[in-house]
Design a protein around this ligand. Structure first.
Ligand SMILES: [Zn+2]
Length: 583
């Protein structure tokens, strides 16, 4: 009996100490921040000496003396020379896919420089993946110079029995071995799905190459589901990565990933105490019939729908007006025929139906467009639908916009569209752009400066996991437009001012997500979503921006817990283990 009591006591003590250790940080309800640069992102008063937060809301901005007089009992937070600014907002990301891919075999161009290295990474890891399928992510034939597509025989040699699926970095192509094709029931007689292709050779045999989301999803659907709770844990761990990088809000653009209910998963993981807040743009099929947008103050509210009008520029998918260039990169590595132009993926009548439906139900419609023809299809359809169904301030979105022309930017603005640019294409693929699109189109690639001049409230995004999380890198790209591998700035006249660049990542992004009344700047009445940095991004030299340390983020006036071992993660891990052991 004594022993039992002792054991019980040890358990209770252990439980209490672990709980205390795992307890999330918290801050007093009334806090005055002072002692460092305070960057508000508001034109009327761009900097301040002090700012007071009460119950999660900014209630005063001004001198320290005035704010202390206003609330004598408020606690003080001395920035000690660090900079306070609004939390960063990423308007276009894929956290579920990113969380799952972070647990796959990495074959990316960010970490591999040759085909031999990529193939070795696959061989080394295929048998060790804990999952029934081996999943690899990051295959990048543009960034890795000699990366020829794998043949089916090669894939079968790497993984003779285990299903193997390799996803390309831009997620528009994939490669499957015979075991994966068989598990998904795909044979040479299987018809291609809408918006996708199971590529066949001249004799009609499958090559293992899978093109575009519609076809890739057929393979995803065949994968056994992850153990219960595993996706919750992976997502919660991954969300802290956004916070560690300085983000407080993320727009989830088409919640793709291997989960039966991605929106439910996002809602479970986005509530109070989550590392970031999320806004969801659903795939059309994920929405209940007749449903309408959810209020923007809710948890992971579904506010929009996402469409793909063309594909990736680095897989031949950009629906451009002029063909791709003809050279070894395009013909031998990307296997594009001379004269190749990417397809506009959604037929005009089908997009008109969809656009009308979701526009009239009140959703914000976000469409992936890279080539000029994809932009044209969206604007042509929108112009007609908007004439029949006018709706003020709809803020429909054009995503990425690699090759959008100045006249299209002007027309988009006139129609009430807003644009978000995938600026890091310049950084990671800039040196290859002339080989894909020639000098003239390279010079006007990702024309964010032209968009700003045309009146757009411009934003940028990094489309994780298409590129790694790194807002300071993206900011540097905005301000330099230099490719990673050296070389001159690409379209230097498109470089934004420091203020405009930072607005693209804060205030403008809040507006694009419909959150301008509550987030995106430090202003009395807005919620206290904050970022503390070691350097002032407004004044630090461009080449030192990426050396800035993120000290911490705050959501609704409370510090965000970015540790790996949190109470939430411990309990999610417990759930997974219990589920797996059947207890
Ligand atoms: Zn995306």
């Amino acid at each position: 009996m004594k022993k039992l009591l002792l054991a019980g006591a040890v358990l209770v003590v252990t439980y209490i100490s672990v709980s205390l250790w795992l307890a999330p940080p918290s801050a007093p309800q009334q806090m005055i921040f002072h002692g460092g640069p305070i960057v508000t992102m508001e034109d009327a008063a761009p900097s301040a000496e002090a700012i007071i937060i009460e119950d999660g809301i900014i209630t005063g901005i001004g001198s320290l003396a005035d704010l202390q007089a206003q609330s004598p009992s408020a606690s003080l937070y001395n920035l000690e020379g660090n900079t306070l600014m609004p939390g960063l907002i990423e308007p276009h990301s894929h956290p579920i896919a990113a969380a799952q891919f972070a647990a796959t075999i990495d074959v990316s161009g960010f970490t591999h420089t040759s085909r031999a290295e990529v193939i070795q990474a696959l061989k080394d890891n295929v048998d060790d993946t804990p999952t029934p399928w081996a999943l690899a992510f990051g295959w990048d034939p543009v960034m890795v110079n000699d990366l020829e597509a794998p043949t089916l025989a090669e894939l079968d040699a790497i993984a003779p029995e285990k299903p193997l699926l390799i996803l390309t970095q831009m997620m528009h192509d994939a490669y499957a071995n015979s075991a994966a094709l068989a598990a998904a029931g795909i044979t040479s007689d299987t018809p291609n799905p809408t918006a996708g292709e199971f590529v066949k050779d001249a004799s009609g045999q499958l090559t293992g190459t899978i093109r575009e989301v519609g076809a890739i999803n057929v393979l995803f659907a065949a994968m056994p589901p992850a153990p219960a709770g595993a996706n919750d844990l992976l997502l919660n761990l991954f969300m802290a990565e956004y916070a560690r990088a300085g983000y407080t809000t993320v727009g989830v653009m088409g919640p793709v990933g291997n989960d039966a209910d991605p929106i439910g998963l996002l809602k479970r993981r986005s509530g109070t105490g989550a590392p970031i807040q999320t806004m969801v743009y659903a795939l059309p099929g994920q929405l209940a019939a007749e449903s309408t947008p959810e209020g923007r103050g809710g948890t992971a509210p579904v506010v929009g729908v996402k469409f793909w009008m063309d594909g990736s520029p680095y897989a031949g998918g950009a629906a451009s007006t002029e063909p791709y260039e003809v050279n070894a990169l395009t013909t031998e590595r990307l296997h594009l025929k001379p004269g190749h132009i990417g397809a506009v993926m959604i037929p005009e009548d089908e997009f008109t139906r969809n656009f009308t439906e979701f526009h009239t139900r009140g959703f914000q419609i976000a469409t992936h467009v890279q080539g000029e023809e994809a932009v044209e299809r969206v604007l042509d359809v929108a112009e007609r639908v908007l004439a029949d169904h006018p709706r003020a301030d709809h803020r429909h979105r054009l995503e990425h916009n690699a090759l959008i022309r100045p006249d299209q930017l002007a027309r988009a603005h006139r129609l009430g569209f807003t644009t978000s640019f995938f600026i890091d294409h310049i950084r990671f693929y800039g040196d290859k752009l002339p080989l894909l699109f020639g000098a003239e189109r390279t010079a006007r690639y990702m024309p964010i400066g032209t968009a700003l001049e045309a009146g757009h409230t411009v934003t940028i995004h990094a489309d994780h996991p298409a590129t790694p999380i790194g807002p300071l890198r993206s900011l540097t790209t905005l301000l330099k437009r230099s490719p990673n591998n050296g070389g001159d700035a690409i379209g230097p006249e498109q470089i934004l001012s420091r203020t405009d660049a930072l607005k693209a990542m804060t205030l403008n992004a809040a507006w694009q997500l419909g959150l301008e009344d509550t987030r995106g700047s430090l202003k009395v009445g807005k919620q206290a979503d904050l970022l503390v940095l070691s350097q002032n991004l407004m004044t630090v030299p461009v080449d030192q921006i990426e050396a800035t340390q993120v000290i911490g983020t705050w959501i609704n006036g409370q510090p965000v817990d970015t540790r790996q071992t949190t109470r939430t993660n411990a309990s999610l891990l417990w759930d997974v283990l219990m589920g797996m052991t059947g207890l």
